[in-house]
Write a protein that binds this ligand. Structure first.
Ligand code: XMP
Length: 521
């Protein structure tokens, strides 16, 4: 009787939960655009949804978004921006190990609002030189700390004297002398430098700059009132920065399953490198390869798990339940799911392998709960709706292409025909493999032209700051959760119901039969 009543219910007949929907479509690999989510009764407003996600013991993000460990996506600047927004950046490994360590240090030592390496001038320079520097570098400011050859603070060159009429004067003649410059000792900044600076600016009417020095008066940074005001406003924002227990921003780093000259896993080198990353305070290490269900990756994860029992470990990439089980048994806390969905990937074309992303996520999620492992949906995300769909089966998404055009990604902005772009390339592209990522694809360190690349070199349109891009994505995720009546990500995973979309349905989903004046973003 109950069954008869259920089959009378059009909703349950058409909109199925994951456990029914995916097995019913088990002859077909489905990706984001193949499905849509059904709305549900809601008492939840988008702005009231919570996006926190725990990926491992001691690794919690305030938004479920991670930037890819790719050499055109994540270095320190991107990782800082991601963590400040509540997410995580994975520093890529296409650089010397020493450099990766210092990228991690830059993130871990980042003090929001403290300009750690302010542009300085010397007392012997002419004001005209300073004006030329401002013009050449397009600086939007004109006040500079003045230091001697040893980096000791000599004074402050205030913006109101950096004028063409004083061009022939020396900086030493125009500066505000050291005795009148307001400073704070680095060690006195304490746990909350912004609160300290905020108090200082309130107590010192008309002072807008605070310089940070050490005991010997060497300059270590600059805090401006406008930055402090912006940050104080941001503190009321819904999504707080992702920080560790010591209030440092969180940061991840990728490593490969490096082999020695005999083709064996180079345990010593991997252990030394990860040991150094841990010393720098790294919060999570990702063993990143194209094929995670392999002896090399399994052994690397085991070696790291034995040596660093508490270090959160991500491993990948995989698309099968057996692979998730394998990596869980080796000691991983989270797996990257995705083989071939990435916007720059050609693995499916070149190697004929890979699984459309929603099916891969469902299959992998079947084991992850049992093994208490997090699933990271890696690749293929082109819009916030894709993230909502991915999060019905995963704990966070990893994005490359969406962030590659941002100011914070590595690389210069290129102008072509009046439009602005940044380079974005697959880690399996020939150029990236030559720069170091060949091991990720199981090739020798210096691939020859005979190696088949599994990624392309491309351009992304420049798209401004990560803050702006993430604001759009987060808004979309919150909207989706509001439509499903889900307060948090656990509820989103429990309540989602799916239906397939026809090609005509897909066309219907995008703007159609209009002349677009302004795109959605
Ligand atoms: P999106 O779609 O965000 O994808 O640009 C980023 C993800 O793609 C993966 N990746 C590659 N996959 N060949 C591949 O098959 C490549 O050259 C390549 N480079 C990156 C990676 O998982 C990344 O996070």
């Amino acid at each position: 009787m109950a069954a008869a009543r259920q089959s009378d219910n059009p909703d349950t007949q058409f909109y199925q939960p994951a456990e029914e929907f995916f097995p019913a479509n088990n002859k077909l690999g489905l990706t984001f655009d193949d499905i849509t989510l059904a709305t549900l009764y809601s008492e939840i407003l988008p702005r009231d949804t919570q996006l926190g996600t725990t990926l491992a013991d001691g690794l919690r993000l305030n938004i479920p978004v991670i930037s890819s460990d790719m050499d055109t996506v994540t270095e320190a600047r991107m990782a800082i921006a991601m963590a400040l927004n509540g997410g995580l950046g994975l520093i890529h490994y296409n650089m010397p190990e020493r450099q990766q360590l210092s990228e991690v240090s830059r993130v871990k030592n980042h003090v929001h609002g403290l300009i750690q390496e302010p542009i300085k001038v010397s007392p012997d320079q002419l004001i005209g030189d300073v004006l030329a520097l401002i013009e050449q570098k397009k600086f939007g400011f004109s006040t500079f700390p003045v230091v001697d050859k040893k980096g000791k603070l000599v004074g402050l060159l205030s913006g109101h004297v950096v004028k063409p009429r004083y061009a022939k004067k020396k900086v030493s003649e125009a500066l505000t002398p050291r005795t009148q410059v307001h400073t704070v000792k680095k060690k006195e900044l304490g746990k909350d430098p912004i609160a300290r600076a905020d108090k200082f600016f309130t107590e010192h009417i008309g002072i807008h700059k605070l310089l940070v020095v050490d005991d010997d008066d060497h300059l270590h940074g600059l805090i401006t009132m406008s930055d402090v005001e912006r940050i104080t406003q941001e503190r009321n924002a819904q999504f707080k920065p992702a920080r560790d227990a010591h209030f440092h921003l969180i940061c991840g780093a990728a490593v490969s399953a490096t082999r020695n000259a005999f083709g064996e896993l180079d345990r010593e080198r991997i252990l030394n490198h990860v040991g150094a990353l841990v010393e720098r305070g790294v919060d999570v290490v990702a063993v990143s390869t194209a094929h995670g269900h392999s002896k090399g990756v399994g052994d690397t994860v085991k070696v790291l798990r034995d040596a660093f029992p508490k270090l959160p470990l991500i491993a990948g990439n995989v698309t099968s339940a057996a692979a998730v089980e394998f990596l869980a048994d080796c000691g991983a806390n989270a797996v990257k799911v995705g083989q071939g969905p990435g916007s720059i990937c050609t693995t499916r074309i070149v190697a004929g392998v890979g699984i459309p992303q929603m099916t891969a996520l469902y299959v992998c999620s079947q084991v992850s709960a049992k093994k208490k492992l997090s699933i990271l949906a890696d690749g293929g995300v082109t819009k916030s709706g894709d993230i909502v769909k991915a999060l019905t089966l995963s704990h966070a998404v990893i994005c490359g292409g969406i962030f590659a055009g941002c100011n914070e990604s590595p690389g210069e902005i290129i102008e072509i025909g009046g439009k602005f772009y940044k380079q974005y390339r697959g880690m399996g592209s020939f150029a990236a493999m030559k720069a170091g990522s060949a091991a990720r694809y199981g090739h020798l360190p210096n691939p020859t032209q005979k190696v088949a690349p599994e990624g392309v070199e491309a351009l992304k349109e420049a798209c401004g700051s990560v803050d702006r891009v993430l604001a759009q994505l987060i808004g979309g995720i919150q909207s989706g959760m509001g439509y499903l009546g889900t307060k948090n990500l656990e509820q989103l995973r429990e309540k989602a119901r799916y239906i397939r979309v026809s090609p005509a349905g897909m066309r219907e989903a995008a703007p159609h039969d209009v002349v677009e004046l302004k795109t959605g973003n």
